[in-house]
Design a protein around this ligand. Structure first.
Ligand SMILES: Nc1ncnc2c1ncn2[C@@H]1O[C@H](COP(=O)(O)OP(=O)(O)O)[C@@H](O)[C@H]1O
Ligand SMILES: [Mg+2]
Length: 535
């Protein structure tokens, strides 16, 4: 195949994008972004349709024509109801990443190149390899196979050259986002370049199947000993960046309600199990499956849930977990003042926030949601409206929380399909309450303070070494003082700094007021300046 120079390829691609936009009633967008606009303008002139009749549907068609990366981008955008009008988001939800499977010769080539062995036969990787794929998506497809020891496995094989295609599409998306940001200043708030950055991280993560294998085995570890849930075992010897081999599982996909009922499963119980397991991942492990759509959750004969497909995971540190737990609990108890305070305590909104106004804003979004019948209460929706409010109160976007919210949307959808009378959140309440009392009660608080002190102590313990290094640098003559250069001022500085540090530790232990904290921080700062001030 002849490969064109990358600049030329990119320009041809941009021209095609301009053409597709113009033929879908979005010429104005292309013109304003200076995308081959004389050409686009001409196309528009001949076609005469200058405005799309249904913006959402047209955006969807454009993305479909542009291929897998853009389809995946549209799917990601569809969950950002915080950015998009609802009708556009709903239309983008229809984007399907069903693509024709790769020819088997290419699949074989990828496996052979990865293992430097034939796929089957003498000295081959597998004893048998089923050439008909079980599923095909834009990044990879899955085939069933058998290992030489007789174990049945599922082999996920990345599409040939998909990495290169995605990288060049990402470069185009970055460029388009930059142009959009520049020529549509009224849409700065959409933060287009940042949205693309986040998307790039996600899609690149999905490309590396060894990383997915690592996620899978971490989940297996986290779930070891937990009843009612399973994760297929990763066959590491049969896994590479482009090939992931896991134990083959059998079960009914969680959205096939009739089949589940026919097999004698209690759908309400399954719902409860899914919710509990999700909260377990979020709160107990701080590590959650972030692609929990029905195609990735199966139900085993005995009712166990089997999770597969660990391309995207979410991570929550203990601080975010404490914040989410106390915030949700405050909402469940309809204590809106507390819900507001939690944000300040977590440091997500400035300390000088008008708590009373914040409380009212939270009440305004939460009351209508909690007034609904139990089955219609959506925490995902509550979180989303809350992000809009917190943004008004100067809270920075927290990507890990956004991912959590997006996953909650999916899980609520799964649960609603499964048992419409169930409310996952009420089902999971015991787990949240238990976690909160464990981590936010007296023992939990003591632990939290302990952790804080531990961190402070660690910094403090490093002080002598720091002082030593400053002193030795003075001896070497690399540090000079603005006034009366003497070891004395350095020593005083170090002492002040240490006193500040000590006070800080004492303060955190006693949970003393922020004034004292400030004072000790100031002492530390002053000490440090004295200790290392140079000309
Ligand atoms: N270990 C497995 N056992 C049985 N079927 C599997 C296994 N892994 C994947 N599959 C099948 O392949 C499909 C796609 O796999 P998945 O890992 O979800 O890939 P994708 O990231 O493309 O969604 C699944 O929905 C399931 O039907
Ligand atoms: Mg999947």
């Amino acid at each position: 195949m002849i490969r064109l120079p990358s600049n030329l390829r990119r320009n041809l691609r941009l021209m095609r994008i301009g053409h597709i936009l113009a033929t879908h009633g979005m010429a104005a967008l292309a013109v304003r972004m200076r995308l081959f606009y004389p050409y686009v303008w001409l196309v528009q002139l001949f076609r005469g349709d200058d405005l799309p009749k249904d913006l959402g549907a047209q955006i969807r068609l454009v993305l479909e024509e542009l291929g897998p990366t853009f389809i995946k981008f549209g799917q990601m955008l569809s969950t950002r109801v915080d950015l998009l009008p609802l009708d556009v988001a709903l239309e983008l939800k229809k984007l399907q990443d069903n693509v024709p499977p790769e020819p088997i010769a290419k699949v074989r080539r990828v496996i052979e190149q990865s293992f430097k062995k034939p796929v089957t036969g003498e000295g081959g990787v597998f004893a048998a390899f089923d050439e008909t794929p079980v599923a095909a998506a834009s990044i990879a497809q899955v085939h069933f196979a058998e290992l030489k020891d007789g174990r049945h496995v599922a082999v996920k094989v990345r599409r040939d050259h998909i990495s290169r295609t995605i990288e060049s599409d990402l470069a185009i998306l970055k460029l388009l986002a930059g142009l959009f940001d520049r020529y549509f200043p009224e849409y700065h708030r959409l933060k287009a370049p940042q949205v693309i950055e986040e998307f790039a991280v996600t899609i690149r993560g999905e490309l590396n199947l060894r990383a997915e294998a690592a996620h899978a085995s971490r989940f297996a570890e986290n779930f070891a000993g937990v009843e009612g849930v399973r994760v297929p075992e990763v066959m590491w010897d049969y896994t590479q960046t482009e090939v992931l081999t896991t134990e083959r599982i059998s079960g009914i996909p969680i959205d096939e309600k009739e089949k589940l009922e026919a097999a004698g499963h209690d759908c309400l119980k399954l719902c409860e199990r899914a919710a509990t397991q999700f909260f377990r991942m979020v709160f107990v492990d701080g590590y959650f499956h972030a692609d929990m759509h029905p195609g990735n959750i199966f139900v085993a004969d005995n009712g166990d849930l089997i999770f597969i497909d660990f391309g995207i995971v979410g991570r929550l540190d203990i601080r975010s977990r404490r914040y989410i737990a106390s915030m949700l609990l405050a909402f469940l108890q309809e204590d809106y003042r507390r819900a507001a305070e939690v944000h300040v305590e977590a440091g997500y909104v400035p300390a000088n926030t008008d708590i009373s106004a914040f409380e009212d804003a939270l009440r305004e979004i939460a009351v209508p949601i909690f007034n609904r019948p139990l089955g219609d209460i959506s925490i995902a929706e509550l979180l989303l409206s809350m992000f809009a409010v917190t943004e008004r109160f100067k809270m920075e976007t927290q990507p890990q929380l956004l991912l959590l919210q997006k996953t909650m949307v999916v899980i609520e959808g799964v649960a609603r399909e499964l048992a419409d009378q169930a409310n996952v959140w009420m089902l999971a309440r015991p787990l949240i309450t238990e976690w909160v009392s464990r981590h936010m009660g007296p023992v939990g608080r003591a632990e939290a303070i302990g952790e804080e002190i531990h961190g402070q102590l660690r910094d403090w313990m490093q002080l002598p070494a720091k002082i030593d290094s400053v002193l030795s640098r003075i001896d070497e003559g690399s540090v000079t003082f603005t006034s009366e250069p003497s070891r004395l001022s350095t020593a005083i500085g170090a002492m002040l700094s240490a006193a500040g540090g000590g006070w800080l530790v004492w303060n955190s232990a006693n949970d003393a007021g922020s004034g004292l904290l400030l004072l000790s921080a100031a002492l530390m700062g002053l000490g440090f300046v004295l200790a290392v001030s140079r000309t």
